[in-house]
Design a protein around this ligand. Structure first.
Ligand code: NDP
Length: 295
């Protein structure tokens, strides 16, 4: 292996420690404790795991965690009523509705009902528009985490050729916006992109957010490219009852022979996502109270 490993786990721990420091200063100087409300509808096992670790890390950062676990049969109307209550609760600075929602609930309607100032996931249409026009937005956590890792690695991203594989509203599109804001030359590739390997080969920076296990292989990469693997895929277990291995959207074994630096899965982008959620909650709290925002 030649590539440097980008240690997202260690970086995320640093981000969380900085957040905790700010939170403790907020409490001491202003008597303010940031609060994050997480809403989970149904019992999707992966979502339950995410919500549990979000709650735990929120408390560890010194913030207040409000968990709302609703039955899978909860109506859209009742969920919207809860969002409205949280919007009006001064103890709640950030609201996150865990996706995916059950089929009978309109996801867009729920997301757009969240007060944009409390939309710590950055999915509200106002925040999407603010980010796209270069204004102060709440920035989606996963792409923000990727950007932080890239800035830490490169310093300036200006002029870099970046290829984002995936065009979802959650990862691919906001990632492309952030890279553009940092003056990269950005290409977004997706399932209809022709000669995708050749497109990816142009890149100094490759972001893989596809949801297909180990799709991007070493022979797609330019020598020395920096590879950020957003994918979280669980392979089928080798034997019944066992847990399948967790892999990214990048074939780590071959990619790490060619890349200059690469994030592992697990331990790369994943931990950054929750760290950025905490950072966004702190930012939302500072903005709500007219206090200077942490960097
Ligand atoms: P989506 O399914 O919403 O989007 C996947 C994107 O990949 C689509 O734009 C799709 O293109 C594109 N795609 C699918 N197949 C191909 C292909 N063969 N070639 C090129 N492009 C393709 O996924 P998400 O963006 O929500 O998530 C992507 C991955 O990131 C998943 O593995 C998910 O688990 C992970 N993830 C990790 C997070 C973390 O914290 N680390 C957070 C969020 C997601 P098209 O639009 O044309 O269909």
């Amino acid at each position: 292996m030649t590539a440097q490993i980008i240690d997202g786990k260690a970086f995320a721990a640093e981000v969380r420690a900085k957040v905790a420091e700010h939170v403790s200063a907020l409490k001491a100087d202003h008597g303010i404790t940031p609060g994050l409300a997480v809403v989970l509808v149904g019992e999707d096992p992966a979502s339950q795991v995410y919500v549990r670790s979000k709650g735990k890390q929120t408390v560890e950062a010194g913030m207040e965690s409000f968990e709302h676990k609703l039955d899978v049969s909860t109506s859209e109307e009742d969920l919207l009523a809860l969002v409205d209550k949280l919007n009006n609760d001064p103890a709640v600075n950030g609201i996150l509705v865990q996706l995916p929602l059950p089929d009978h609930i309109d996801e867009e309607k729920v997301i757009n009902a969240i007060d944009p100032a409390k939309d710590v996931d950055g999915f509200h249409i106002s925040n999407v528009g603010l980010l796209a026009t270069g204004q102060k937005a709440m920035v989606p956590c996963t792409p923000l985490g990727c950007l932080m890792l890239l800035r830490d690695h490169f310093g300036s991203l200006s002029g870099k050729e970046a290829v984002v594989v995936g065009r979802s509203n959650i990862v691919g599109k906001p990632m492309a916006q952030l890279l553009l804001r940092d003056s990269c030359t950005v290409t977004i590739a997706h399932s209809r992109t022709k000669d995708i390997e050749e497109v990816v080969k142009r890149a100094d920076i490759v972001i893989a957010a596809v949801g297909r296990p180990e799709m991007v292989t070493g022979d797609w990469l330019k020598k020395g490219a920096v590879v950020i693997d957003v994918g979280i895929n669980r392979l089928p277990p080798a034997e019944e009852g066992a847990k399948g291995k967790l892999v990214g959207d990048v074939d780590f074994a071959s990619a790490s022979q060619v890349a200059g630096a690469i994030t592992p899965v697990p331990g790369g982008v994943g931990p950054m996502t929750i760290a950025c959620l905490l950072a966004n909650t702190l930012t939302a709290t500072c903005r709500a109270n007219g206090l200077p925002e942490p960097e």
